[in-house]
Design a protein around this ligand. Structure first.
Ligand SMILES: Nc1ncnc2c1ncn2[C@@H]1O[C@H](COP(=O)(O)OP(=O)(O)OP(=O)(O)O)[C@@H](O)[C@H]1O
Length: 228
C-alpha cells in the first residue's frame, strides 16, 4: 500500500501548496490524479516519490513509514518507487547515451553487471533500437527520450510507479506506447501506479479509478481521501 495521509507540503512553510491531502494506492492498483494547473499535484507526486519532504503528514510504503527523503531516504524505500516526469529533458543527463541513462539507477545502486540485460529487456518493447540507445538526449526526439526515461524508471523493478504528466507533451501514438509499456510492466510485476494528469479521458481509460484533487484535500477529506 502507498498511503499519503494528511500531507501538507510546499516551498514556504508559511504558505504550503498542498494542504492536508490524503490518498491511498493499493497494491496493484492504478489511480489517476486530476486537478487544475498549479494545485499541487506534482508537489504531492514528489512527496510520494521520496523527492520532497512534506511539512507534515505521513507517507507509508508497504507498511513502512517514511522518515527521510531524497538522498537520505533508505535505499530499499527509494528503489521501491519509480518516477517519470513531464519533461524528459529536465531529468536526463545530456552527457549520457540513452543506454547509460536507462542503466543509471543500476550503476548508482552497485548493480552495474545487470545493465546490459535489463536495458535490452526494456528497450525492445519500448521501440528503442540499438541505434537510438547509442545516441545522446540532444540527438533524439522528446518522445524517444521519454521512452528512455520510462525504461530508467522501471530498471530497478519498482513496486510503485509515479507518472507525473508523463505523456502531456507527446502525440497520441507515443502516449499509447508509453501507457502500454506501463501496463505490460504492471501486469508482469503487480506494481501499483499513481498517474498524475490533466486529461480525464486518458486517466479514465488507463486507470482503475481517477481521484479529483478537490476531494482529497482539507478537513473534508475522507479517511482514505478518495473513497466514496
Ligand atoms: N520549486 C518551487 N519553488 C517554489 N514554488 C514552487 C516550486 N514548484 C512549484 N511551485 C509552486 O507550487 C504550486 C504547485 O505546483 P505544482 O507543480 O505542484 O502544481 P501542479 O498541480 O502539478 O501544476 P501543473 O498541473 O500545472 O503541472 C504552484 O503555485 C507552483 O508555482
Amino acid at each position: 500500500m502507498l498511503e499519503l495521509r494528511d500531507i501538507t507540503a510546499g516551498y514556504d512553510r508559511r504558505a504550503p501548496v498542498v494542504r492536508a491531502v490524503s490518498l491511498t494506492v493499493r497494491p496493484g492498483e492504478s489511480v489517476g490524479l486530476l486537478g487544475p494547473s498549479g494545485c499541487g499535484k506534482s508537489t504531492l507526486a514528489r512527496v510520494a516519490s521520496l523527492l520532497h519532504r512534506p511539512d507534515s503528514g505521513t507517507l507509508t510504503l508497504d507498511g513502512t513509514p517514511v522518515h527521510r527523503w531524497r538522498h537520505r531516504a533508505p535505499r530499499g524505500l527509494r528503489t521501491a518507487v519509480g518516477v517519470v516526469f513531464q519533461q524528459p529533458r529536465l531529468s536526463a543527463d545530456p552527457r549520457l547515451r540513452l543506454a547509460d541513462l536507462i542503466a543509471e539507477p543500476l550503476r548508482a545502486t552497485g548493480r552495474r553487471a545487470l545493465a546490459a540485460g535489463r536495458v535490452a529487456e526494456l528497450a525492445g518493447p519500448l521501440g528503442l533500437t540499438p541505434d537510438l540507445l547509442g545516441r545522446r538526449p540532444h540527438e533524439v526526439s522528446d518522445g524517444q527520450l521519454q521512452r528512455a526515461c520510462l525504461a530508467r524508471a522501471l530498471v530497478l523493478r519498482p513496486r510503485w510507479l509515479i507518472c507525473d504528466e508523463m505523456t502531456a507533451m507527446l502525440d497520441a501514438s507515443t502516449t499509447a506506447a508509453l501507457v502500454e509499456a506501463v501496463e505490460r510492466y504492471r501486469a508482469s510485476t503487480g506494481a501499483g501506479l499513481l498517474a498524475v494528469g490533466h486529461d480525464r479521458a486518458l486517466l479514465d481509460r488507463w486507470c482503475d479509478r481517477t481521484a479529483d484533487w478537490a476531494t482529497l484535500t482539507g478537513p473534508a477529506a475522507r479517511p482514505h481521501g478518495d473513497r466514496p
